[in-house]
Design a protein around this ligand. Structure first.
Ligand code: CP
Length: 310
């Protein structure tokens, strides 16, 4: 399937070949960035973020500007748009459809990106729908892994922290399943990987282990994908208090890991990675965030039919 006019709702809508095409296009855009400075001239992106965001929102907006396009934005739409008067997401998207060429949405409800996509024929990009998925973060994560290791195949990947509510974990585990991985899911029992995702992995014959203790498996890992405990998704503050600060990586953790381990994190972090780790070559989470720009430039160009893999 081509990319022009396609929605980006779930990473599962993309084949291995599709994923590699996005990564190759992102690499081309990064390498020859000047060449694409007018690729989206005359196009408008609408960003509608119903939850806070720094990286995803800014990198999409910056990507559009870098490609010569423009953006219109709603932040806090529930207080600054007609949604405050009771307008639904569906109707809001139907209106925005008339003002732009492509739409990026983040919303706290699972399935909201699909609701948005059903309201318009224009491409809709899911920038996070509740605890469900965050597919453009996954393209960014895979791009970072490929750029760093020169490959994605056959890696041993640990996921640490909030695997229940961490939408980036759900999307990344699905996508990595194409690449013969072994997974180590490290979390407190109350925040373990949801059964529906484990079932999907078993069906795909993906090998995985679950543990609460990072040090039991840390020597095995090529990649450690750290996540924040998603405080905003807890129904009960007492449940959050029980797991708050449960994993805190410090520099001495590197003594318990392979020398060439790479630590990723979708960010923002709270206290799960001590800033003293930032200076080590193993820590690539800020590079990962910067890579999001090239990935989102590639996606915007591909979905609007203006940038193709070389
Ligand atoms: N990784 C990520 O989605 O960051 P933001 O919430 O800042 O967009």
């Amino acid at each position: 399937m081509g990319f022009k006019n396609r929605d980006v709702i779930s990473i599962n809508d993309f084949s291995k070949q599709d994923i590699l095409e996005v990564l190759d296009t992102a690499a081309e855009v990064e390498k020859n960035n000047q060449k694409y400075r007018e690729a989206l001239k005359g196009y408008i992106l609408a960003t509608l973020f119903f939850e806070p965001s720094t990286r995803t929102r800014f990198s999409f907006q910056a990507a559009m500007l870098r490609l010569g396009g423009q953006f219109i934005a709603l932040s806090n739409p529930k207080s600054t748009s007609s949604m405050a008067k009771g307008e639904t997401l569906y109707d809001t998207i139907k209106m925005v459809d008339g003002y732009c060429d492509i739409i990026a949405v983040r919303h706290p409800e699972v399935g909201s990106a699909k609701v948005a996509a059903d309201a318009t024929a224009k491409p809709v990009i899911n920038c996070g729908d509740g605890a469900h998925e965050h597919p453009t973060q996954t393209f960014t994560d895979l791009y970072t892994i490929k750029k760093t290791f020169g490959k994605i195949d056959g890696l041993k990947v640990g996921f640490l922290g909030d695997l229940k509510y961490g939408r980036t974990v759900h999307s990344l585990a699905s996508a990595l399943s194409y690449f013969n991985p072994k997974f180590y899911f490290i979390s407190p029992k109350t925040l373990s990987m949801p059964e529906e995702h484990l079932k999907e992995l078993r069906a795909k014959n993906v090998e995985y282990e679950e543990d609460e203790d990072l040090l039991k498996v840390s020597k095995q890992l090529d990649v450690l994908y750290v996540t924040r405990i998603q405080k905003e998704r807890f129904m009960n503050p007492e449940d959050y208090a029980k797991v708050k600060g449960i994993y805190k990586l410090k520099a001495d953790f590197l003594n318990h890991a392979k020398k060439d381990l790479k630590i990723l994190h979708p960010l923002p972090r709270v206290d799960e990675i001590d800033p003293e780790l930032d200076k080590y070559a193993q820590s690539i989470y800020f590079q990962q965030a910067h890579n999001g720009l090239f990935v989102r430039e590639a996606l915007l160009g591909m979905l609007l039919g203006k940038i193709y893999k070389k």
